[in-house]
Design a binder for this molecule. Structure first.
Ligand SMILES: Nc1nc2c(c(=O)[nH]1)N[C@H]1C(S)=C(S)[C@@H](COP(=O)(O)OP(=O)(O)OC[C@H]3O[C@@H](n4cnc5c(N)ncnc54)[C@H](O)[C@@H]3O)O[C@H]1N2
Ligand code: MOO
Length: 413
């Protein structure tokens, strides 16, 4: 059954079409800087990274045991122990026929040896070692360059340096690297009703949460936030602030005032002092999202409803920032789950409902609503671990139907 929704209007721009159009209008900011290892977390590689060394750079043991020559082994015949190789303290001699050396995990394989037998499979008596069991040549030996070879491309330009990438950079001995200059993004909230936490609320006032949430997401993405605070619903103040922000920032993010109310000035001012790329999308939440440029500075107008602001940041601003930083534009990894309850949906807008997905007793995934699906109810957003992706023309989801969803825990929000 199709549910009538007065907020669905014909002619709204489909999400994927608008997103592609926006990405086509954005260019990578081609500026890099040299940054030390301890400041590289969350930055984006400016160039392809080629390994300066072999890793490992020498053959070494994967086990604590004995290094020997596999061809020497005869069941019941012992090998003479001639030395010890510890990690950081290689054995400087050679293992000759009929000999072995004590060796520890990570220690260099002595010259002459080609195999390591773990100590649990050896018996040692008076400096004679008796290996047992099946031994294959090369076992328990980590070969030079088997992880990364000198000159090999390890990461592409645009790779975001997370903890794992950082560990690799360190294992390659790199103490500094060229990364993309970090973006400076202007953030501001508009609305006469908004107060900063700590201030007293007057009649009709609410606390500004979008600016704080958006700034936190930007910080998680390694972006430098330029905070312009709360701007009143005053066209002159908005015009002046946006003009200044466009001169001081790589992008501008506003929240509120993009709809059609009497005090919603953002779209009109964008049109006046810049260019509108698009306004109004076939998505829920987030319909009045506005994209454009002011003095060549990309502009993102998030709707004021807190859920709409957070969801449009994820759907549109995050991909846009990736394009500006030269990162691959992220595609959501989606899963299928069974709706464990009905979800209301009317045709006309792609709907990103807030859900809680979990593994059921039979191992399958099941999803319930994380709370009320109003775009003003942010508690459901904060409690959700996934966003449902309900296609534009889909209608009500019945209990037991399959739905597509995207996990949101562990991302930047
Ligand atoms: N006649 C129509 N009215 C509305 C439409 C429409 O198509 N026709 N669209 C609705 C939709 S959808 C959305 S989303 C909102 C978005 O409106 P605005 O972007 O103009 O946002 P505001 O009106 O300024 O505020 C909406 C709501 O959010 C609260 N808000 C605003 N800023 C913040 C902030 N920084 N932190 C927390 N909360 C904030 C504000 O007080 C309002 O309650 O428009 C619908 N209306
Ligand atoms: O599209 Mo609005 O963002 O639902 O509330």
């Amino acid at each position: 059954m199709t549910t009538f929704d007065p907020c669905n209007q014909p002619g709204l721009r489909p999400y994927l079409d608008a997103k592609q159009d926006m990405l086509n209008q954005l260019d990578k900011i081609n500026k890099s800087e040299l940054v030390g290892l301890n400041k590289l977390l969350n930055r984006v590689l400016a160039d392809d990274l080629h390994s300066p060394i072999d890793v490992p750079s020498f053959a070494n043991s994967a086990m604590d045991g004995y290094a020997l020559r596999a061809a020497d082994l005869t069941e019941g015949v012992g090998l003479t122990l001639v030395g010890t190789s510890l990690a950081g303290h290689p054995f400087n001699g050679r293992v000759e026929a009929g000999e072995c050396a004590r060796i520890m995990t990570g220690a260099a394989l002595p010259l002459g040896a080609d195999t390591v037998v773990m100590q649990e499979n050896c018996r040692s008596e008076h400096n004679i070692v008796y290996p047992s069991g099946t031994v294959t040549e090369g076992q328990n030996v980590r070969l030079p360059a088997e992880d990364m070879a000198q000159g090999e491309r390890v990461f592409s330009a645009g790779t975001r340096i997370n903890a794992r990438v950082l560990a690799i950079l360190s294992s390659l001995g790199l103490e500094q690297l060229y990364v993309q200059r970090s973006l400076t993004v202007a953030v501001l909230s508009t609305g006469d009703e908004l107060k900063t936490p700590g201030q007293l609320l007057g009649p009709g006032d609410i606390y500004d949460s979008n600016r704080i949430g958006v700034s936190a997401m930007l910080q998680r993405l390694g972006v430098t936030v330029r905070d312009y605070g709360i701007i009143k619903d005053d066209p002159d103040a908005i015009r002046q602030t946006l003009t200044q922000a466009s001169q001081e920032s790589d992008a501008i993010i506003t929240s509120g005032g993009v709809s059609v109310g009497d005090a919603d000035y953002i779209k009109q001012i964008l049109d006046e002092i810049g260019q509108i790329g698009f306004w109004k999308l076939a998505i829920k939440p987030g319909k009045p999202f506005a994209f454009g440029h002011i003095n060549d500075c990309p502009f993102f107008g998030l709707p004021g409803n807190p859920v709409s602001a957070a969801v449009t940041f994820h759907l549109l601003v995050r991909p846009a920032l990736a394009k500006l930083m030269g990162e691959p534009v992220p595609s959501p990894i989606t899963l299928q789950a069974t709706a464990l309850m009905p979800f209301k949906k009317s045709a006309g807008r792609m709907d990103f409902q807030r859900g809680w997905v979990s593994t059921q007793a039979d191992g399958s995934l099941g999803v319930v609503a994380a709370g009320t699906q109003s775009s003003g109810v942010f508690s459901a957003m904060a409690q959700a671990n996934c966003l449902l992706h309900l296609e534009q023309e889909r209608t009500n989801v019945a209990k037991g139907e399959q739905v597509t969803l995207e996990l949101i825990d562990g991302l930047y929000w």
